[in-house]
Design a protein around this ligand. Sequence first.
Ligand SMILES: *Cc1c(COP(=O)(O)O)cnc(C)c1O
Length: 497
Amino acid sequence: MLYQSTRGNNERVSAAEAIKTGMVPKGGLFVPEKVPGLLVEEVLNLSYAQTAEKVFELFLSDFTKEEIKEITSKVYNKEIFGRDEVAPLVEIKNKLAILELWHGPTAAFKDMALQMLPYLMKKSLEKLGYDKELLILAATSGDTGKAALEGFKDVEGIKIICLYPHQRVSKVQELQMTTTEGENTYVIAVKGNFDDCQSKVKKIFSDEEFKKELLELNTELSSANSINWGRLLPQIVYYYRSYAELVERNEISLGEKINIVVPTGNFGNILAAWYAGRMGVPINKLICASNINNILTDFINTGKYDTHRDFIETNSPSMDILVSSNLERFIYEITGRDDKFINEIMTSLQETGSFQIGSRCLEKIQSELYGDYATEEETLLTIKKYFEEYKYLLDTHTAVGIKVYEKYLAHSKENDVYAIVDATANPYKFNTSVYEALKGREALAGKEEFGILNELSEISQMPVHPGLENLDKKEIKHNRTAEINELEDIIREIIKK
Ligand SMILES: *Cc1c(COP(=O)(O)O)cnc(C)c1O
């Protein structure tokens, strides 16, 4: 299996090369040259790691079976994910299950892929006979950062720099990052929002001069964001495993279509679900849930992607995004891989801040996706309702997913389709908002985040996630703040260390 650019501006490359490089050097994203098929039958009654093996073998044809078995069993186990199932599927009411993707070390779904990516990266470098230093540059809205730092810390031959928007991540998220150990990890609070961080990273990736300069210092750049195919591939696995599990439990019959609800930011997770569907998981509708940064909702409903709007900070901060990178891959696939069209709309996005797709393409998108959003108020009410009615504690992002699913049901009048809702974070990771949902805003007065966390644990009787325990007592290892335009200099300085 080779990988090609969504903009037709690169030769086809091996999986190892696509993963090492992260993003197409001249702009554009790598996609597999074709989407392979995999019957759900083939993963029935397998473990999570075995399911991952089946999926990986199709996409990583330059890896041996033994190599794939080695890395999948190393990552997807009880030691790292705290339980044998890795991603438990919890049925909370009739025809609705929550897929808990947050049992990894950093308490958000990013671990599902970012625990794997360093192994994929290291094996890829080995295969390519690579003799340079790799510098991973990651922009984070809060959760990618810690997951990437944990995955890559102390990996030989690789340094990692994480950029997060200064004062725009939760205290827990910030402490998770700034207390990271490891000789090769760097964390920088950037003055700006997530989109500023992400655009800067993309800019650096396509700055030929700067890359040449780095190369003279024996260093190349790569990405741990979901623009890297090595991030998306591991996310396909849980859609196979959770569908198979519903069949194994006799909740659905083999072949029955289900709905999948994804709290969406960069469009990576939902794109992985779409690929799973194209490969063979029977899907009725993919539901793209946004918060009030609802640019994707508008796009799915009108065909116009328009970034001329305010960026709003919400209580589901990991979804506060206006430019969703993976939409490029999705439109490429939906248009039958029309790289000319992708070039047109990406130029338009860059030059005018918006693009528009035609009605045929829009109809196709609407036949597969439903897009809607939840307000902050609706998010909090949903958390309260599900805790009171089902004794289940949702985090804010997952609550956005649930609320949007309720809206979808009211709109579609379906009542017999089984649905899986992705739980993308542990509720304690966003404990201030979750506490506010249960006890009201006034109850927050005078309380600090870690007191709230412990109180929440008493109310819900759910133990604190090990990745969040004693965070306030750990030593701060990183405290650098920077302006966007200082980043090149900081990178130079870090490389020379
Ligand atoms: C990253 C993240 C999302 C958004 O996922 P995308 O793949 O970027 O769409 C949603 N919820 C949480 C908690 C996240 O960390």
